[in-house]
Ligand binder design. Structure first.
Ligand code: GCO
Ligand code: MG
Length: 421
């Protein structure tokens, strides 16, 4: 059966004897966050590639997808035909897209780019045509239960040389996204006492940015992530109230179910909108870029299916004047972070890169993990991604089914109704 499949999928004679011999998934949580990496081995002893397949909320499903469904289609193929192999992986399931499948395919795709780089002796950015900039300007997150605490952190980041800072402030009950709550109960008499209140949110964010401008001055670029909690009209109200504070971007004002209404929000305020971390298809990302919904496209590269589809989104963005801001939180492996930076330095559409400072344990498991220096991220010059995986070290941090599984469904209103993340 395997031979049948392999010969069915091998569409042309390969140029040499090199073949893919294995496709496996390694799950590890050295920073506490489950990360998934795909390893593609070849018949050339010691030649292998690594790719990010991290869907932290459903990591086990990705491992199964890779090892039980993907490997059998790919083993036996030559690793050079990346576009064909990712199309094969994508179309072979007939029902395409979705974060489990796309992350699995991304792991394969990025591992094949890593192999291509190692075979050529070149970093992946040179395979893509070389750099159009030396480094990617990066933002980090400042947060606090109170405005003062959040601004203390923002000031520290500015003093470390960052030019862009995302600022989030807490509130009572569930708090707001990205910041600790000020107190645990919003209203003791409500059906759901720790509920989230949109009115409190809409009033507190302009206060935060007014204070931020007063304390941090005009030069620092300020960003904010709503995390999809608003209606289109609330989004316009928020954007307009933030106009005096000249935000670099306002992120994810609407949940993906309402993205068709983004152009309306965008037309009603000059505040640049950044959207896209919840895109789970290259088609949806392209729609956001081409249909006037975004100023910054910030898809999660592995959720699009890897570097190969993400490059197409970057090319579309370049043609219509949209800029990129690839999603780069802690639930991206260092390989995924390196793929982000490779896109950043090779695409004229680059806008900004979200950065994450990995703890030491992650650096130990992934030697070569990039480091942010005064807000700049530079790609490795070593062949491929220039990042390795110490499998023995990875095994010391087995991931668990944990809070991450339900993390996105923890916010409810005072009436107890779930609020879309
Ligand atoms: C961001 C994001 C993340 C996501 C996380 C979900 O802008 O960095 O919103 O923090 O919430 O990746 O798993
Ligand atoms: Mg976000």
């Amino acid at each position: 059966m395997l031979d049948e499949l392999t010969s069915f999928t091998q569409p042309w004679p390969a140029r040499d004897e090199l073949r893919i011999t294995g496709v496996t998934a390694i799950a590890t949580a050295p920073g506490g966050i489950p990360l998934v990496v795909v390893k593609v081995t070849t018949s050339d002893d010691g030649l292998y590639g690594l790719g990010c397949a991290t869907f932290t909320q459903r990591w086990r499903a990705v491992v199964t997808y890779v090892e039980e469904h993907l490997a059998r289609l790919i083993v036996g193929r030559h690793p050079a035909d990346i576009e064909d192999l990712v199309r094969l992986a994508r179309f072979s399931s007939y029902w395409r897209e979705g974060p489990v499948g796309n992350n699995a395919i991304s792991g394969l795709d990025q591992a094949l780019w890593d192999i291509a780089g190692k075979r050529a002796g070149l970093p992946v950015y040179e395979l893509l045509g070389g750099r159009v900039r030396a480094a990617a300007d990066t933002y980090l997150h400042a947060e606090g239960a109170t405005i003062e605490q959040a601004l203390d952190q923002a000031e520290l980041l500015r003093d470390r040389g960052l030019r862009h800072v995302r600022i989030q402030v807490g509130a009572s009950g569930a708090g707001h996204y990205g910041a600790r709550p000020t107190r645990l109960v919003t209203d003791p008499d409500a059906p759901y006492p720790q509920g989230w209140q949109v009115s409190e949110y809409l009033a507190s964010v302009p206060r935060l940015f007014e204070a931020a401008r007063e304390r941090l001055g005009e030069r620092l670029e300020l960003l904010h992530d709503v995390h999809s909690r608003l209606t289109p009209k609330q989004a316009v109200v928020l954007a307009r109230s933030l106009e005096p504070y000249r935000l670099f971007f306002l992120e994810d004002v609407l949940p993906p179910e309402h993205w068709d209404r983004l152009p309306e929000v965008r037309e009603n305020s000059p505040v640049p909108l950044a959207v896209g971390e919840l895109t789970t298809s290259v088609t949806d990302a392209a729609r956001l870029v081409l249909h006037g919904g975004v100023d910054f496209i910030r898809s999660h590269v592995s959720d699009l299916g890897g570097l190969t589809p993400a490059r197409k989104v970057a090319a579309a963005a370049e043609l219509v004047g949209v800029r990129t801001a690839w999603h780069g939180p802690g639930d991206t492996s260092p390989i995924g972070a390196a793929a982000n930076v490779t896109l950043d330095v090779t695409s004229p559409a680059f806008g900004i890169q979200e950065g994450h400072e990995y703890p030491d344990a992650v650096h130990d498991v992934f030697p070569g993990t990039l480091r942010i220096e005064r807000g700049w991220l530079r790609p490795n010059d070593a062949p491929g991604w220039g990042i390795d995986l110490d499998e023995a070290a990875a095994a010391r941090f087995p991931p668990e089914l944990s809070g991450h599984d339900a993390w996105a469904a923890k916010v409810r209103g005072l009436d107890g109704g779930l609020i879309a993340p």
